[in-house]
Design a protein. Structure first.
Lengths: 220, 220
């Protein structure tokens, strides 16, 4: 199971057809305003002080819900673009990347086993609800990539200038760890190196920012 | 004055010609390895436990430096692209945006007075050193925008598709607050509305992600 907090995130997950609510703890006011959304059997009314005690947030926000983890589906990679994340360990980055994927209609993310846990509360919160719409699949990337029948693009140094590339309709896009990039063992599987050209002095871009930029050029 | 922590960030700021170091507190090891970088007069050797006590980081990292705030320069907006931030209140977002600007060779950011403080330690850390290379100017945006002689682009709903626009050589790009967008009072100053087209279901993009995507399309 996992925890989601705050009216917006909880509502987004409740509305998704993949979600299965176990328990929901909320202030009286929230319950009154969201009667249609939640079967009363799962709801416990609590006081502000109780919410503070169970919340992971600095500013607890009306409602905390416990959901069953989503069912993991084997990724389908044909006729679409999917993201592959190699050792994205920062929970905020992973959550933000899931939200970006959802913005660009990507519904599969394949994570290396050493990425942050998608059910870490910081990841869940940063997805802003997109966690319910994107299938997140953890695996041994080297073994997995070997078997894939589509073109593999990798964010690497000295690749093709992403701003000059044409949009693609199918393929896997690998984003590496911010400090170390894509691990050496995976590079042989990359069919096309892609690069965001640097104009100024910052040494690197955050992995989530790089993901946003790359997808906005590859997806039309 | 302001505080910067960790070897990488402190080194980046020390190497910038705008930086003026007041004091630096570091572990013996760091001092030994960075002799050329720091005038000994400003350096205090401390123990790990002392660093823990003065650090803002969860994992204190070798060195903490106190710098004088950078001199504020009146922005020059002709013949270049500059960023304008309206009520970007999240420190992590502001820091990340400064780093993105630096990546794209933008050297001026004009902030509304209600943006996060650039010297907030979370902002400083998130800039990864770019804070020393980008001029951050706080002002009353409405009064300021009125006086500007260049074209003003604003990230707004129902604008031109950013992925289909040509690169520009001059102009101001306004990024609004994530929840509320660009405040109503500023919209009349926008000469061109620009939009990142949404393909999927996420309701919005984080302000830093939007900045990265917009700049990567506008700057060539």
């Amino acid at each position: 199971m996992f925890i989601a907090e705050g009216p917006k995130l909880v509502q987004e997950i409740l509305q998704s057809r993949n979600a299965e609510l176990k328990n929901l703890y909320a202030l009286k006011r929230w319950i009154r305003e969201n009667k249609e959304l939640v079967p009363t059997a799962n709801v416990t009314e609590i006081e502000e002080t109780e919410l503070e005690r169970i919340s992971n947030l600095k500013t607890p926000n009306n409602v905390l819900a416990v959901f069953k983890k989503f069912q993991i589906k084997e990724p389908v990679v044909r006729n679409k673009i999917s993201l592959v994340l190699d050792a994205v360990r920062d929970p905020g980055n992973l959550g933000t990347i899931i939200r970006i994927a959802d913005w660009f209609a990507i519904d599969e993310i394949i994570c290396s086993d050493d990425c942050a846990d998608v059910y870490n509360s910081k990841v869940v919160q940063a997805t802003m609800g997109s966690i319910a719409r994107v299938n997140i699949f953890y695996t041994d990337l080297e073994a997995w990539l070997k078997e894939q029948p589509v073109r593999i693009y990798g964010a690497l140094l000295e690749g093709k200038d992403i701003t000059k590339m044409n949009a693609i309709k199918e393929g896997l896009v690998i984003i590496g760890n911010e400090s170390n990039g894509i691990r050496r063992e995976l590079v042989p599987y990359v069919n096309e190196r892609i690069t965001i050209p640097r104009k100024g002095n910052a040494e690197s871009l955050n992995a989530a920012i790089a993901t946003g930029i790359i997808l906005s050029h590859l997806i039309s």
